[in-house]
Design a protein around this ligand. Structure first.
Ligand code: ARG
Length: 298
């Protein structure tokens, strides 16, 4: 049986006690043909309806894709769907999992907003075609769960970090924890500008994380600091305006990040990471950046 931890005093393990999880070696991306800001479901989208420059968005997306390739990651691409402008943020529709015994599995999301619910079935099709065992949450019992927007695997270990409060409910983590027999550390999010865990928490490697501390409760910050040796902190400007914590480190070495987060970049370099800067200006209009634009898959 797994369990969901919400308090620091309930952490009774060391990271090295936890089973190893094979790291994913590729990403899935959704082509932004139909990407736009058509509605407002997070504070970053306010005032941006109709403002996306589609050609620019496509160019930026191509460069993000190239950045993954540069980092040695295989990229799978599926087409977006007309009428689903946020489908490009494919961190959100699912949470994949891998085990030596069971192979590839995935839990599909229950999107919080009605505007995004139909995205899930299109992403699910890719998993079906790629040999995943597919699980669904009971939507009668669980209101919402937005996949890897909120649920982030610890690098190389069977431990899940789960954000809740805006887009995912705490109950979803009971299901995940039981299903895959993994502990889940549930972190309450308390600032609507940081509505997903991936907006304020970036897993860098087994010992290192980049966070925006004010998006968490003090208890949450204490838990994070108790399990990671290196905690890099972003300031408000870089976290909120540049989505610095929505960076991604696909291989433990390269960090792909929105351009301009100078203070974070310096700290990353000092810690031995290689920074790859990209421009995601059009996606920032929708409240998303690099991490949200891909799903790590096995
Ligand atoms: N406009 C999208 C939404 O509000 C952006 C999602 C960004 N994804 C993420 N994982 N943070 O749902």
């Amino acid at each position: 049986m797994g369990h969901v931890i919400t308090d620091k005093k309930d952490i009774k393990f060391k990271l090295t006690d936890l089973p190893v999880m094979q790291k994913p070696n590729s990403v899935l991306m959704v082509r932004p043909t139909y990407f736009s800001v058509d509605y407002v479901i997070n504070p970053h989208m306010e005032g941006n309806v109709g403002k996306v420059d589609k050609e620019k968005a496509m160019m930026e997306w191509e460069k993000v894709k190239s950045a993954f390739e540069l980092a040695g990651v295989d990229v799978h691409v599926i087409d977006g769907e007309e009428g689903l402008p946020d489908m490009v943020f494919c961190a959100n529709q699912s949470l994949p999992y891998y085990s030596e015994e069971g192979g590839k599995e995935v839990l599909m999301s229950i999107m919080n907003s009605k505007h995004r619910k139909d995205e899930v079935q299109h992403v699910e099709r890719w998993y079906m075609e790629n040999g995943y065992e597919i699980h669904h949450l009971n939507y009668k019992k669980i209101d919402n769960f937005e996949g890897m927007g909120d649920a982030i695997w610890h690098s190389g270990r069977k431990l899940l970090w789960g954000g809740y409060g805006f887009r995912s409910s705490l109950d979803a983590y009971d299901f995940v924890s039981d299903k895959w027999d993994v502990p889940v550390i549930a972190l309450e999010l308390n600032d609507p500008a940081f509505y997903h865990l991936d907006t304020c928490f970036c897993m860098l490697n087994q010992d290192s994380v980049l966070i925006y501390p004010k998006a968490f409760t003090q208890n949450g910050v204490d838990i994070i600091k108790s399990l990671f040796k290196n905690v890099i902190e972003a300031d408000e400007y870089e976290a909120k305006e540049l989505f610095a914590c929505n960076a991604t480190c696909p291989n433990g070495k390269h960090v792909i990040i929105q351009r301009g987060a100078e203070k974070v970049n310096q700290q990353l370099k000092d810690a031995g990471f290689e920074v790859i800067e990209v421009d995601t200006s059009q996606f920032l209009l929708s409240g998303g950046s690099v991490f949200c634009m891909k799903m790590m898959v096995w």
